[in-house]
Write a protein that binds this ligand. Structure first.
Ligand code: X5A
Ligand code: ZN
Length: 698
């Protein structure tokens, strides 16, 4: 008994089971998430004599009732039956309905074992039977959602285990759990499962690339900090690009994760340990070395009495994942390590992101409110940090990606290209439609009916517009005045802009527009750059979902050059755009009726006023997002007008009261399409223009 107690301090669980290699592609197609991943790690740990120093455990099935703590019964049933005969003919079709999922005859068993295995080791660590543990499991888990498999993940293994400890084993005394998700992808599933739960602090550091990196949901941004009682207990550190390495991760640890962990004081730490941020990974494009992982893990060992459970998530370079897990195993076993500090300094963006995360969370974690040193690199300057001493831990060499999988990482450029070519194929059709539309609306232009019926582009939405008698006077007045409406946002893409004129919706929009009374096409289109800063703010819109939308700083700044696409339209149409942009058109959901406001927001006298005063803040709609009409000069003797936020909002963005949020993938893609089809920039140039604007802040 005494001997057992003495060795307990070093007891490290290592769970491996060949049965989790049963999940594979149905016809042996190549796939980065394949059984060799587990075998490569297992072989390495055995070859290095590490496995024999651990308590080796076999997988265990998860009971349904435990999986049910985070997944729907339907999902559990389907995942457990998907490998049965019953699904032989439909398995592939079902897989295709999910995002990045395959199934075969071994999937059900592997999935249930993966979830059960993390429960198994978590229970042993929580009970003190093991000090720490590594569960080599697959399929991975952190993308799996309540009712959905996703991103190579079937059940959310770590979430299941966390819930098990908190809800099913009060006897173990686990009241607070820290989940550290260092997989290169955002742990979207885990985030949602504990979003309003203060007992689980979820920390995810991941590539975000302004919303374009998988899973490419806006909720991976640092603005998502939890809800209700869980507010402050969700922390995202979203990298802006690949190439992040040891120094960047260590900076995130030192300046965000560790101070918060100290304050939170978890009873146990579960690591969603993907190794796809490793140097050489074919999907991640980051460059954490095995030594880097060892240091990140070492820094966590100081908390929760060293109770750490690592569960494998992603990681697709066999050599990288084997070396990285090996380094982590040695840390858990207490081997001596010498950590020389990273070769590289953190990126400038790392500093900015960390600052933004701290800002977002400082009210919940006061330890984050202190000012960081002006230059982060001063803190990370190469000088060996003596933690332990050792010899044999050399990082991966140049042969590191020799075993790379077949899939390359998705980036914003590639996405934009796809979106554009997909759109181009639809364009022709649209243009034909538009031609017909324009012809019919011109003939109707002479007498304006008070009720008109509009059919959207695919003929599915019928909107009946009600123009009140009161508005007819200003409408007929303003229909004779032309202006240039300048767009710096999604309206740069003409098909999207035309929705504000003709009604309906274009690619990427989730709700249709009602259009203008006057559906005639613009009389001219031209591009310009203006000396105003483009920014992305607010965190979601009904039309584009999560992610910020474009604003132009109303203040001029000659260092700035923002693209605007200008459409020559009537002042009546401009008012109808203002109504739609500010959500002032009343909708009678029952029969699809839309009712426009009775009075105009901007008439000729206001345009006159603007041309000397530059901007007019529309009092009647002062709380709307685009309540500020800006005069940007003249073109062809007509005023150029745009609509943006008031200057007071710019102050609120600066103070952090309003969030600066990068655009969603769809919204960004729409802007890129506008710039590309408008022949202003190529796809690369447009993407970096948007990215730069989203990154700069104010
Ligand atoms: C667990 C994990 C990645 C999914 C990428 C899909 N999933 N393109 O790393
Ligand atoms: Zn991943």
């Amino acid at each position: 008994m005494a001997a057992a107690a003495a060795s307990r301090a070093a007891r490290v669980g290592l769970l491996y089971d060949e049965r989790m290699c049963a999940h594979a592609t149905p016809d042996g197609e190549e796939h980065p998430e394949n059984p060799e991943r587990l075998r490569a790690i297992w072989r390495k740990l055995n070859a290095e004599g590490v496995a024999s120093r651990c308590v080796v455990l076999k997988a265990k099935e998860a009971e349904d009732k435990y999986i049910a703590s985070v997944h729907s019964n339907n999902h559990i049933k389907l995942m457990k039956e998907i490998s049965s005969k019953k699904y032989d003919s439909s398995r592939n079709t079902i897989a295709r309905k999910y995002n990045s999922i395959y199934f075969n005859k071994g999937s059900s068993e592997s999935a249930v074992l993966a979830a059960g295995s993390v429960i198994e080791v978590a229970e042993k660590v929580a009970a003190g039977e093991l000090r720490s543990a590594i569960a080599l499991v697959r399929p991975p888990g952190h993308h799996a959602e309540h009712d959905e498999a996703m991103g190579f993940c079937l059940f959310n293994n770590v979430a299941v285990a966390a819930n098990y400890l908190l809800n099913d084993r009060p006897d173990l005394g686990i009241k607070k759990i820290l989940i550290v998700d260092w997989d290169v992808h955002h742990g979207n599933g885990t985030q949602k499962m504990f979003y309003n739960d203060p007992c689980v602090l979820f920390f995810s550091v991941h590539r975000f690339d302004y919303g374009s990196f998988y899973p490419a949901e806006g909720d991976a941004s640092h603005c998502f900090i939890g809800e209700e009682a869980g507010k402050g207990y969700n922390i995202n550190v979203p990298w802006e690009h690949g190439k992040c390495g040891d120094a960047d991760y260590i900076a995130a640890w030192d300046h965000v994760l560790l101070p918060v962990t100290e304050a939170f004081d978890p009873d146990i730490i579960l690591v969603s340990a993907g190794f796809d941020a490793a140097l050489g990974d074919p999907l991640g494009g980051c460059c954490i070395t095995p030594n880097g992982y060892a240091l990140l893990l070492t820094k966590l060992l100081g908390f929760a009495k060293g109770r750490i459970v690592m569960a494998l998530e992603g990681g697709y370079n066999l050599r990288s994942i084997a070396n990285s897990v090996f380094a982590c195993a040695k840390v858990l076993l207490g081997d001596k390590f010498t950590f020389s500090s990273p070769e590289m300094q953190p990126f400038e963006s790392t500093w900015r992101i960390i600052q933004a995360v701290r800002n977002e969370l400082k009210t919940y974690w006061p330890v984050l409110s202190s000012k960081l040193p002006e230059n982060l690199s001063l803190r990370i300057k190469p000088s060996p940090i003596e933690l332990y001493t050792s010899s044999d831990s050399e990082p991966d060499g140049e042969d590191v990606d020799e075993l790379s999988g077949a899939v390359s990482s998705v980036n914003v450029i590639q996405f934009a290209d796809d979106a554009i070519s997909e759109h181009l194929s639809k364009m022709k059709l649209d243009e034909e439609n538009l031609a017909v539309k324009t012809a019919s609306s011109c003939s109707a232009a002479e007498h304006h009916p008070t009720d008109s019926v509009e059919v959207d582009k695919d003929g599915s939405v019928v909107l009946s517009k009600r123009i009140s008698d009161l508005s007819l006077a200003w409408r007929s007045d303003l229909s004779r005045t032309h202006v240039w409406y300048a767009s710096f946002g999604s309206n740069m893409w003409k098909p999207r802009f035309l929705c504000y004129i003709q009604g309906g919706k274009a690619d990427g929009m989730s709700i249709p527009c009602c259009g203008s009374r006057d559906t005639s096409s613009p009389r001219g289109t031209m591009w310009k750059t203006v000396p105003h800063r483009l920014l992305f703010g607010r965190s979601s819109t009904p039309c584009w979902g999560t992610g910020g939308v474009a604003f132009l700083n109303p203040e001029m700044n000659y260092n700035e050059k923002s693209y605007v696409c200008m459409y020559k339209i009537t002042l009546e149409q401009f008012n109808d755009i203002l109504f739609q942009e500010n959500r002032l058109v009343l909708e009678d959901g029952k029969n699809g009726n839309v009712v426009y406001p009775d009075s105009s927001l901007v008439d000729s006298s206001e345009v006159e006023f603007m041309s000397t005063n530059k901007a007019i803040h529309l009092e009647p709609i002062k709380d709307s997002w685009y309540s500020n009409v800006l005069y940007l000069g003249d073109e062809d003797e007509l005023p150029i007008l745009t609509m943006t936020c008031p200057s007071s909002d710019i102050e609120r963005y600066k103070s952090g009261e309003l969030p600066l949020v990068p655009p969603s993938k769809t919204y960004a893609a729409t802007l890129i399409k506008g710039l590309v089809e408008g022949k202003q920039l190529d796809a690369d140039g447009a993407a970096s223009y948007i990215n730069a604007a989203a990154a700069r802040g104010l």
